[in-house]
Write a protein that binds this ligand. Structure first.
Ligand code: BDR
Ligand code: CA
Length: 309
């Protein structure tokens, strides 16, 4: 199995991505690192601990990282995620997070296992950018970096133009795309257009009636309600999709290399991702997933939530 580190702003979809990393046979989840994003930082830490407990993996180290973006103020997504755990009174595990900062942990782990660690970044890219600055060898030491962020059809979710993770810390995203990682990008619209969990797919998950499917239903409820309130007929799972595409590469039907960069100056377009198909004449710096096996991804989630840790 791949040595995996998940960098997350743990709420709702991030929780299911963590479950996948913790339980999939192709993954050896060696650390979870926390970055400022979806909901208040302390809550995100608790959500990660709760999720690892639900997965029966309380021994996985959790490292707290950047509590705000590089230059900007934190932007909450609590209107989408609530507290990130469905407002449910989960028992919060008493264990403390690691003393080591997330950025130090990322750099150390990649140095200890050069070319063997895959990092999945499903929040703003603050920790990943800081790690690349802290250790210029970090991008090379990491085998691959899977990023959930951006939108390549012009449809944003936090603004008309921008996807949340890139919007929150656009400077960090720029640093990451120019840092020399072997990067794969999973965009917001990929989930929306191809991998939506509609009513029938959600019913199939509920019908499992396992501890993890019940966890899913509870934690997913606020984002599902939000998605429906903005006219999306189902539930979006970009973060779990990102982990799924790393662990089961056969789920990728088509991908293409692009030069990717992120807008930091725009008045209307802060955090907008540019996917250049050749106009700039620059070397591609990322693989962008363009088509997936949606039924396969749903099966991936069913297999995951059917497990009894
Ligand atoms: C991304 O933003 C967050 O709200 C989700 O967890 C996901 O990582 C989608 O734009
Ligand atoms: Ca996220």
């Amino acid at each position: 199995p791949t040595r995996l580190v998940i960098d997350t702003d743990t709420a709702a979809d991030d929780c299911f991505a963590l479950l996948a990393g913790a339980l999939h046979p192709a993954a050896d989840l060696i650390a979870v690192t926390l970055v400022a994003g979806n909901v208040g930082f302390a809550r995100q830490v608790e959500n990660a601990l709760i999720t690892l407990d639900a997965a029966g993996r309380p021994e996985v180290p959790v490292h707290a990282g950047a509590e705000r973006p590089l230059l900007r103020e934190w932007v909450s997504a609590e209107n989408v995620h609530g507290d990130g755990r469905g407002g449910h009174a989960f028992a919060v595990p008493e264990r403390a997070v690691e003393a080591e900062h997330a950025v130090d942990a990322l750099v150390r782990i990649a140095r200890e296992h050069p070319g063997e660690v895959d990092v999945v970044a499903i929040g703003p890219l603050t920790n990943i950018a800081l790690a690349a600055r802290r250790d210029p060898a970090f991008p090379r030491n990491v085998r691959s970096l899977y990023v959930m962020g951006g939108s390549n059809n012009g449809r944003g979710n936090i603004t008309a133009a921008a996807e949340y993770n890139f919007y929150v810390d656009p400077e960090a995203a720029r640093i990451v795309f120019s840092a020399g990682f072997d990067t794969t990008v999973v965009t917001w619209n990929l989930t929306l257009d191809q991998a939506l969990f509609d009513t029938a797919r959600l019913a199939a998950i509920s019908a499992l009636d396992t501890p993890l499917s019940r966890f899913f239903d509870l934690v997913n409820a606020p984002t599902l309600a939000f998605d429906r309130s903005v006219g999306i007929d189902g539930s979006t799972h970009p973060d779990s999709l990102t982990v799924a595409l790393l662990l089961e590469p056969g789920l990728v039907r088509r991908s293409r290399r692009y030069f990717v960069d992120v807008e930091t100056q725009g008045e209307l377009t802060r955090g907008y991702a540019v996917f250049d198909w050749g106009v700039f004449g620059k070397e591609p710096n990322a693989t962008v997933v363009e088509e997936i096996d949606a039924a396969g991804f749903h099966r991936f989630m069913l297999d995951l939530l059917a497990r009894r840790p």
